[in-house]
Design a protein around this ligand. Sequence first.
Ligand SMILES: Nc1ncnc2c1ncn2[C@@H]1O[C@H](COP(=O)(O)OP(=O)(O)O)[C@@H](O)[C@H]1O
Ligand SMILES: [Mg+2]
Length: 597
Amino acid sequence: MSKTKPSQNKVKKEYSAWRTIKRLVRDLKPIAWAIAIAAAICCVSVWLGVLAPEIVNQLTNMIYDYGANGVAIDIELLSDLSVNLALAYAGSSMLQIAMTVLMTNIASRFYTKGLRTRISDKLQRLPVSFVDNTPNGEILSRMMNDVGNMSNTVYVIIETLLNGFVRIIAITYCLYAINWILATAVVVLVPLSIVLSAFISSKSEKSWHDFRKVNGNLYAFIEEDYTGFDTVKAFNLEDRQRKICDEISENYRQKVRRGYYLSGLIQPIIALTNNIAYVAVCIAGGLLAINNIVKVGDVMEVILLAKMFAGPLESIANGMGSVQHTLACANRVYALLDREEMSPATSDEVPDGKGEVEFKHVYFAYTQDKPLIKDLNLKVKAGQKVALVGPTGGGKTTVVNLLMRFYDIDKGTITIDAIDTSTMDRAKLREQFGMVLQDTWLFNGTVYDNIAYGKENATLEEVKAAARQAHADTFIETLPQGYDTVINEESTNISSGQKQLLTIARSYLANRKMLILDEATSNVDTRTEILIQRAMDELLKGRTSFVIAHRLSTIVNSDVILVINDGEVVEQGTHKELMAKKGFYTKIYNSQYELLK
Ligand SMILES: Nc1ncnc2c1ncn2[C@@H]1O[C@H](COP(=O)(O)OP(=O)(O)O)[C@@H](O)[C@H]1O
Ligand SMILES: [Mg+2]
């Protein structure tokens, strides 16, 4: 038996940086081709990039020799060099652009989209308990921010590893080919800035980490505040909500400020240290040139190369910063992807009988330390109407949740037509049931769409017939656009009783062999209730049904009534039998009767 308890669901194993990196690299496989092309473009771009200073060197020497020694300028060579210089610079830049375009447009989109699809598929396979225990804002933040950040990996890897390292190697080689003293000055002084900036970025990374946490809280809060809008208003909780919002916002502001402040320091510090390095190279170069150890053109080339040297070092430093950032996001995304899924089906049997349901010694708990359902036994013959009654919180809805396998049971078996439901495909199992719940679920679409949701490719005739059976046709025809009336997002343009009738019509159309009605008439007026009652009685005919109702008058005619209290069936029988017992049921029945008098 599969267990999908929240506590077991948590992924406890730590994600080491190295393991995450290996996994990220593995996930990059589908875009390996794009990375290979980018690498090739990068090498050519770097080659053109270091070629340019070499041409400048020749040009400078040519002009210097003319000015200082009166050597005549070879005009043809001059124009050739100039053209080559322009081509080298332009070519190098264009290839850089090509690389960025390639990575942003093809690779990252492909990668990000693939990842989002994987997460959304994963969410489909997670047990309901995951959704119970995770604020929606957190899932949202993971889908949007974390995945977005993760796809930056693509740039980090390309920019840092390829561009950065290839450039550094090529430039170092060229520098030492000119003069080792100048080369060493550049190679030692320029990276100093990187050490400083790495130090600051480690500090700023921490504040961004805190920021993302607060960001998740903010999302969760907004989501909660919005979905509970009516309740907040009804209970006059605006002040309380505002206070919480202010706190989270203030926290958010502080974290953002610190993050930006520290990140903002990095660039100026790099610029300052680099300038010191350039000045040192100029002075040393001047001295060497005066002593004829190097030419003036060589000094020019070294300065140009030194300027080019800082860029890739910077990008590596930034890259390292974002590697950490990316790893943190990747860890969260992978933790989600690694969550234990619902167990797959082990047989493809589908119940083909009339709908006989049996619970045998069923035990279940939402949280491990609080057992709820204890040794539940129940045998329902095909076509019987079973009523579940009892105090709120007793476990009635839970029985339905177990039957539909929204949660997996801990012990015992549930069978439908003698097939163990724990072996069945969940979708096929759920196809056996029609459900009408207290919280009606309608989506933003027409009345027609909402009823037709019960059956694929339903025709208008079928939809109308279902509406008639559900006694919903009269009110639908009075709507401004009839069946084409659009139900808005919060479905505020029709009453709750009317919504209920629509969901009943949907169940009629779906024509499932078993039915579950969970407090379907709890929030409608008496007139509508009678209408709904009539609709439901017809719907129940010939189907095995589980009816949960507060008003006992609606279930007195049931074949079996289960009185459920504290997760246990305390009484079981027909209305007559239970009344004769003068027990728990009689008490509830009489108290309701009293109220009605
Ligand atoms: N998703 C859940 N996670 C944890 N506990 C739950 C969950 N759903 C219900 N419960 C708890 O289980 C008990 C039974 O709930 P429920 O089956 O909804 O009762 P009823 O439908 O009879 O009113 C209650 O104490 C409730 O708080
Ligand atoms: Mg309930």
